[in-house]
Unconditional design. Sequence first.
Length: 191
Amino acid sequence: MTKKDLTYLAITLIIVGIAVFVHFTDGRGAKDVLLLESTKSYRFSSPFSSSKAGVAGTRTEVAPVIFTFDDLLDAIEWVESKGDTNAVGDNGRAVGAYQIHHCFVEDASYARKYDWHNFTDKDRLNKKECREMIRCYMSLYASYGRLGREPTFEDIARIFNGGPDGWKKKSTKAYWLKVKKRMEYLKMRIK
């Protein structure tokens, strides 16, 4: 192996180590993580410049940003209602912080058919129940079996917005960009 290969391997192991560390120490019990790259630009002056003012330029640093499934749900909640559990939209058909329709409740209940508790329309007003409802719904529609690959957070957001086949609808791409932007904003505020 060349020095370049060893460096690449070391960087990869560090990134994987960070993802595993966050996975097991998240505090919220999240089981899913997503690595995205975040680019930051910095101004700098060269100490080797011939002018007194120095040379101004930019340096780009790419660092992994880790998102959890809960981060995704937080962003979806914000995009849908800005967290208002009493929100009503779509001519009264979408209710709660996640703006969930009745058919979504039925599908999530079907995914839970062997459990002791089915979801009700009233559960759309309870954020905790909504989050569990979304997990159940996604177990039906955002799966390897349906997509032919591991689902991404983009797939999940687009399915949430556009229904079972939302992951391939052009109309849900803009929704994903809003959710992604909110996720990135939330992570930048934490730092």
